[in-house]
Design a protein around this ligand. Sequence first.
Ligand code: AMP
Length: 471
Amino acid sequence: MSFNALNLDANILRAIADAGYTEPTPIQTQAIPHILSGHDMIGIAQTGTGKTAAFTLPILTKLAATDGQARGTRVLVLAPTRELVVQIEENIRAYGKHLPLKMATVFGGVGEHFQIKALQAGLDIIVATPGRLMDLMGRRYADFTKLQYLVLDEADRMLDMGFLPSIRTIVRSLPKQRQTLLFSATLSREIEGLTHEFQHSPKLVQIGRRSNPAETVTQWAYEVPRSRKVALLGHLLKEPTMNMVLVFVRMKHSADRLARQLETHGVTCATLHSNRSQNQRLRALRDFKSGVVRVLVATDIAARGIDVDGISHVVNFDFPMHSEDYVHRIGRTGRAHAVGDAISFVTPEDHGELRSLERFIGRGLVRKKAEGFDYTDRPEVRTAGDSGQGRGQQQRSQQQHRAQQQHRTHRTQRVQQPQHPQQREDSWQSGFAPEPGQRASGQRPRSGNRPGGNARGGERPGGRPFGRTWG
Ligand code: AMP
């Protein structure tokens, strides 16, 4: 099926073509007709299925049809995290780029001044987290008397995060005559309760099962003693194809510690966890998307819903405690039609969880061994010599690293980056030394052909490459 068959506005079709989408994803094919014909809808779909476009494209089409007649805030999208809010807004901006619509985001953790100014200036679309929005509504900064469309995105997550009271307060003050769309990864009893409370005879669209990781993701398990996990990650990161790597840990402090350890290996990292300020989190995501850092170390909560295209590998540095988390984590790669690898480190302590996971996803993970890596258990050393390599091996690693740098600079434009002397020293000792005048091993050059993008394609919402299709 093509997008042309979906009765979308011509300007939106243009934006879809600009984004490089050639055919709608299953959730888009099923949801768009219901939304265009005015029904409330429940969409059961994981992130990565194209659900943001599934609700955005028909809503924008309907706004475009009434353009000039109605003004005021007609669309409110509520989402659980600030990162997701920013991502949804980026998507809406991209799909609506040929339409004269005003929109803004509202979320906590940053100053409210600019958000209040935007609300006062008048907006067509607001994308918000419930807490800050409720606060600003309580002080009468938002006017929803003209609201027509309410979207509750990742509703299951909003419930998990305790947002139900704020959502209730917000929804109570919206016009009763509206279209309400609810998206969730699961259809639990709580979600059903929410749909009874907020929706009228909703249509149900269900795509995939949560226990079903994307087919495009190759899954591997590396059995490794706990003391060798950092060294193994450092070893694997020498592989040039690991060019955009999302690493999951269980605890916030382990994220910071691992990032520090990787930096001593000359791998530049960003971290994403809930102890970081909003600006730090946004910067981490921006640097990761643009290739300033090659590795993002994150906790499950912070990474939920992240839509960064082009992630080459997800590494479960700490094995996920819950099987659902595994599916969410590895869903960060292989999004839409892209391919990706998911690597899980399995220590002897993780075997019970590995077995539960294999039952949950209905298949075994293929065991893999890193070539040339010494798996011998030993006390953890957190110095520059962490990788436990001998001098000869260090020199070989250096040569490998040089080859890797050359490989990258062939593919992409070269960026000169001065090295901090201490970093050079540490990097050299651990066998990850960048050549003078070359990029540190963690840095990919910024793509020349799209904002915030990777080196693989043209401009798309959220910085995604051109030309993937949905098969
Ligand atoms: P979402 O489920 O909204 O987080 O979207 C997942 C990814 O799929 C995003 O990177 C979108 O840009 C991408 N995407 C959305 N619709 C399509 C489509 N029709 N074809 C290819 N990619 C798409």
